[in-house]
Ligand binder design. Structure first.
Ligand code: COI
Length: 355
């Protein structure tokens, strides 16, 4: 009787519950999981297509111990954010997440919701949990869509059943440093991705694979790890949870998307914002040595937003960028991007979706 899967939720109940702000401490939200009211679930069989999903009370889900996702890592996730603006809520480019999930699903042999199904499900989930969208300036509602092989397998094969699930959680800054610069260490033995592998899609295994290097870095006092390419061991790839940008004069460079780099939606947005602000943006191979004489280095990601890098350490040598907070370029890009996301400036690119 306690199985949340079996309890259908009447939609009007979710909307009536969503009017008052949730009773939590809204100041100093970090990036930790806070359970909310509802999650969205939709299922389909291998070879079939997703049809009708529904909101359910948030809770644990039931999976066969033999589920494809548990045994062979057949799973993808997405991340996007909703911001409160007056009485409305703004989503940022949700169709981009939908498209990225579809690309990842193709790589991982999974069926995927259509872009329309994905965006509709995100909207329903956010509205049902509206009371958890932080007040303006306090953070955002992080939306986590999952796609997983939920059916049972034993031999290595695509699972016979798939589950698309969305849950949400209110969040603040990703790094404990807040918007203060982060200190990165460059990893030159372990690698995040390999050519021909899955580095370019948001499969769950890519993230478990960085935990070892990340834990070691944190134990030494670094904020996170910057990975190099595994073939030449000299080109920048990305940080565990975000993309990387290097600023030199008016030129902003970032590693090109070549199969081992996650095509970040914030990355893509920052490239457009930077060009609109008159910067020259280069997507190319970026050598580790370029960090030595960079003016600024910063990271981008949905969770991270734009995060200035204060120092990078490579083979024991530390390069500092000499800012207490943002450098001028990352400050400008951060401020334009977040004002767009929060609906504070004219959205000429039509990136936000109002609920
Ligand atoms: C995001 O930025 O949304 C991500 O998916 C990264 C994750 C490790 C928090």
């Amino acid at each position: 009787a306690n199985n949340p899967f079996k309890r259908a939720v009447v939609l009007s109940e979710s909307y009536s519950e969503a009017t008052e702000l949730a009773d939590i401490e809204w100041d100093n939200l970090g990036f930790g999981f806070i359970p909310t009211d509802y999650m969205y679930i939709m299922k389909c069989t291998q070879g079939g297509s997703f049809s009708k999903g529904e909101l359910q009370r948030f809770g644990n889900i039931e999976l066969s111990p033999s589920a494809g996702v548990l045994n062979y890592g057949q799973g993808l996730f997405e991340g996007l954010k909703a911001y409160r603006k007056d009485d409305t809520v703004l989503l940022f480019r949700p169709e981009e997440n939908a498209l990225r999930m579809r690309q990842g699903a193709e790589r991982m042999c999974m069926p995927s919701p259509t872009v329309e199904q994905f965006v509709e499900a995100v909207k329903e989930t956010v509205l049902a949990n509206k009371r958890w969208v932080p007040p303006p300036g306090k953070g955002s509602l992080y939306i986590r869509p999952l796609l997983m092989g939920s059916g049972a397998v034993l031999g290595l094969a695509p699972a016979p059943e798939y589950t698309f699930l969305i849950y949400v959680s209110p969040v603040g800054n990703y790094f404990k440093e807040g918007v203060a610069p982060i200190n990165l260490i460059i990893e030159h033995e372990l690698h995040r991705a390999t050519p021909g592998g899955t580095g370019g899609v948001k499969t769950i295994g890519n993230y478990a694979a960085v935990l070892k290097a990340q834990s070691a870095a944190k134990a030494k006092g670094y904020s996170d790890v910057l990975y190099l390419d595994c073939v030449h061991k000299k080109y920048l790839e990305e940080v565990s949870s975000c993309n990387i940008f290097v600023v030199k004069g008016n030129i902003i460079s970032t590693p090109s998307i070549k199969g081992t780099i996650l095509p970040g939606i914030t990355r893509k947005s920052i490239i457009d914002v930077a060009r609109s602000q008159g910067f020259q943006v280069e997507e190319r191979l970026v050598e580790v040595e370029e960090l030595l004489d960079a003016d600024e280095v910063f990271c981008t990601g949905t969770a991270v937003v734009v995060s200035p890098v204060g120092s990078v350490t490579y083979k024991g040598k530390r390069v500092s960028y000499g800012f207490d907070g943002f450098g001028a370029v990352s400050q400008l890009l951060y401020s334009v991007l977040t004002q767009l996301q929060m609906g504070l400036i004219d959205d000429k690119m039509k990136w936000t979706v109002e609920l």
